[in-house]
Design a protein around this ligand. Sequence first.
Ligand SMILES: Cc1cc2nc3c(=O)[nH]c(=O)nc-3n(C[C@H](O)[C@H](O)[C@H](O)COP(=O)(O)O)c2cc1C
Length: 199
Amino acid sequence: MFDPQATYQLLRNLTSPVVAITSERGGKRNGMIIDSAVRASIVPDVPRLAIFIHKFNFSHDLIFDTGRFVLHLLRRDQFDLIHTLGFASGRDRDKLAGIPHHLGALGAPVLDECFAHFECRVINAMDTGSSTCFLGDVVAVGAGAQEQPAVEVMTAAYFRANLPAAWRAAYEHHLSSAQAVARAHSRNIRALTWRDIPR
Ligand SMILES: Cc1cc2nc3c(=O)[nH]c(=O)nc-3n(C[C@H](O)[C@H](O)[C@H](O)COP(=O)(O)O)c2cc1C
């Protein structure tokens, strides 16, 4: 018999870097944090990535409706940005108000001070019940702080080990609330045909 908690901790070894995802719909700009992004192509001239976004997050609807998003690799000193984007919803506030950014080639916000960013057009999507996995074609890239010496990328391990103590309880609470909602919807998978699969 398997122990769910032990299994979950083992699965956490598969976690990607902690990244910021931005989106835009009808003039409303938003950003969130995820640790579920993966490289989704081994072909250098076909750059792709995939992200898992829970349906209850505001960003989900913006990405689903517009078919575009920007993924930002973060620097290790960007805990404030993670706190601003990952601990509250854009339904309740304008999270990008104090964050330097501009609109990129696809019309979604590009955060100015990150490690690097990838502007993506959604080319397919899969329903998981509680979330949608969006497959993105990378259509524009910015190197950002990655070109400066001694700047390192924010990994999941670094995030967990160095999250400021004052934010840990809020993070754990946010995670367990999300897990409860996700559990209720996980087995309700629907068939999904993405509207814009390039041919
Ligand atoms: C370290 C970290 C990792 C997260 N990973 C994910 C994730 O993989 N998928 C997801 O949907 N939400 C994830 N979240 C939660 C969202 O960032 C959070 O719910 C956010 O408030 C959503 O904002 P929105 O409603 O404005 O879209 C993560 C949050 C943190 C702090």
